[in-house]
Design a protein around this ligand. Sequence first.
Ligand SMILES: Nc1ncnc2c1ncn2[C@@H]1O[C@H](COP(=O)(O)OP(=O)(O)OP(=O)(O)O)[C@@H](O)[C@H]1O
Ligand SMILES: Nc1ccn([C@@H]2O[C@H](COP(=O)(O)O)[C@@H](O)[C@H]2O)c(=O)n1
Ligand SMILES: [Mg+2]
Length: 237
Amino acid sequence: MWRRVASHSSLFSAFKSSVPKNQAAYRFKFLEVFSTEIETPAKEGFSSRERVPFITFVLGGPGSGKGTQCAKIVESFGFTHLSAGDLLRKEISSNSDKGAMILDTIKEGKIVPSEVTVNLIQRAIESSGNYKFLIDGFPRSEENRIAFERIMGAEPNFVLFFDCPEDEMVKRVLSRNQGRVDDNIDTIKKRLKVFVALNLPVINYYSEKGKVHKINAVGTEDEIFEQVLRIFSAYES
Ligand SMILES: Nc1ncnc2c1ncn2[C@@H]1O[C@H](COP(=O)(O)OP(=O)(O)OP(=O)(O)O)[C@@H](O)[C@H]1O
Ligand SMILES: Nc1ccn([C@@H]2O[C@H](COP(=O)(O)O)[C@@H](O)[C@H]2O)c(=O)n1
Ligand SMILES: [Mg+2]
């Protein structure tokens, strides 16, 4: 994990011993983005002065308000917002060879193979020029989580979990009106099942590590953002 390692090179050699050569090279490229910061000892907060990489995973069921709150966090704290779903939708629109597979998976409310999603996130991080990231809708499964840790060699600093009752999530998704292929009642039911079966275990995993901040996602957007604001303000340094 970036903020826990003593030096750039020790991280790289640990990584090199556990993954194939081409991934090690990829990882090294990724680390170069942060090459001046990585030698700085770990800090709990995010600081504009030292620019130590800071990762927040933003989790919650479909329609719980992750994207809405991420937009507000970006405005107040200068994070880069990377929505895994948006990155996958962009990949579909770009006519990539994986587009058809991704579209079919999204229509079924299932999870896209982890390597695909992690590689999209990795590219977006590398090209962002930022060091503070909100990774929204990821990891969606233990497989996602393990792939991220293996490829990126990093864990989140903390996890935001938007806790919302299912009937409220269904209501919000059905009135979202953004033309998403998965915003229909059949796919929502599947997404809710996938959330319980695959995503809740990830939230429990990080909860046991003391990394989860649970937000009551019922209320107005501003009421919810008050809770979010308190959490981020405590990490600001
Ligand atoms: N607190 C709120 N109260 C009522 N509606 C909300 C609230 N927050 C967000 N919404 C609306 O609910 C819908 C879903 O919100 P949003 O897209 O932020 O959810 P999400 O968690 O990102 O969902 P998904 O996982 O499907 O991408 C949007 O139309 C949004 O405007
Ligand atoms: N880690 C992820 C994230 C998303 N997906 C797929 O995209 C769909 C939409 O995601 P949103 O976060 O925008 O709701 C989701 O239902 C999955 O099909 C994924 O596979 N892996
Ligand atoms: Mg979203």
